[in-house]
Design a protein around this ligand. Structure first.
Ligand code: FAD
Length: 283
């Protein structure tokens, strides 16, 4: 008979993980329990992180924001540290699933699912997020780009959980943008998405650009050459059109029931052109 264990502290969690090394850890269950119920992964003993308060909340650490992994997505939409400093993440969370999914689902679950369509991933890439991985033996930290290894694959090792996400606060004047294309406005899996953090000088020259695309490759695609092509020049439709051509070459989308690879490739470039309208303030 399979069991669901509900630890209330990290020390309880480590003891349970030691006793049941094959158990799956989960948080909101909006990915894992759906897969178990549909039979796409086998039923197993489960350890739920939901009652561990040490894994919930958001903290302002000066130049960084720390989000604890089992924080529900809906809470991120209410936290002043998040709404004030990282609107790019707020925009992504606001269009993830439905209110019910956002109340149950957590940011840690979205990251550990490592879906190419995971909506928080592209924003976390452009925010240079680092993930903190904890086990009974201690804590280690990795850039998110080294944590996500492929669809459904992460660098988590046996006995580890994702405990926190550390984000550098962007420059206060940075333009932050996220857009997701789906087949409808709510409860839609992304066909393509783009996150951007840009800094412009007072006369409109791009000083820094961090760009990332979701749903157009096995993991998030960053296309550094497109970002480099924008830096040091005015943000104009001509420059963005050149960069968009690089993006269309860099992405490797698939055709599935939602969209063709050609459509996703075209949209990935088109999403970049939107930045031309966003030169002032957060959008
Ligand atoms: C109807 C519906 C609509 C959805 N819409 C969207 C959408 O628009 N965009 C989107 O991105 N996603 C969507 N999802 C997917 C899902 O809701 C999100 O990925 C959510 O953030 C998952 O969080 P969770 O806490 O529920 O994950 P869980 O189901 O609890 O866990 C998911 C995976 O992560 C692991 N895990 C969870 N937390 C940790 C941790 N702290 N440490 C180690 N491993 C951990 C689990 O073992 C499991 O493998 C949708 C799901 C449903 C059912």
């Amino acid at each position: 008979m399979k069991q669901v264990l509900l630890p209330r502290s990290l020390s309880d969690l480590w003891a349970m993980m030691r006793d049941l090394p094959d158990a799956a850890v989960y948080a909101g269950g909006t990915d894992l329990l759906v897969k178990i119920r549909s039979g796409s992964i086998p039923s197993k003993d489960l350890i739920c992180l939901e009652r561990i308060q040490e894994l919930k909340g958001v903290a302002d650490n000066g130049d960084r924001i720390v989000i604890l992994a089992a924080t529900p997505l809906s809470q991120l939409l209410r936290e002043p540290e998040i709404t004030g400093h990282v609107p790019v993440l707020v925009k992504a969370v606001a269009c993830l699933g439905s209110p019910l999914i956002r109340n149950m689902g957590t940011i840690g679950g979205n990251i550990c699912t490592a879906s190419p369509a995971g909506d928080t991933l592209a924003p976390l890439y452009v925010l240079n997020a680092r993930v903190e991985l904890a086990s009974e033996a201690g804590v280690r930290s990795l850039p998110i780009s080294r944590f996500i290894l492929g669809p459904g694959q992460t660098a988590l090792e046996t006995g580890e959980i994702l405990s926190a996400i550390h984000i550098e606060k962007p420059h206060p004047q940075a333009i932050q943008h996220f857009e997701k294309i789906g087949r409808r406005n709510a409860l839609a899996c992304s066909l393509a998405s783009m996150a951007a953090v840009l800094r412009l000088s007072d006369d409109g020259i791009v000083l820094a650009a961090s760009l990332a695309w979701g749903s157009v490759g096995p993991t998030v695609i960053t296309c550094p050459e497109a970002a480099a092509g924008l830096i040091g020049r005015p943000l104009s439709l001509d420059r963005l059109t050149e960069a968009a051509a690089m993006v269309r070459k860099a992405v490797s989308p698939i055709t599935d029931i939602r969209a063709t690879a050609e459509y996703r490739r075209a949209v990935a470039g088109n999403l970049l052109l939107r930045l031309c309208d966003l030169k002032m303030g957060n959008t």
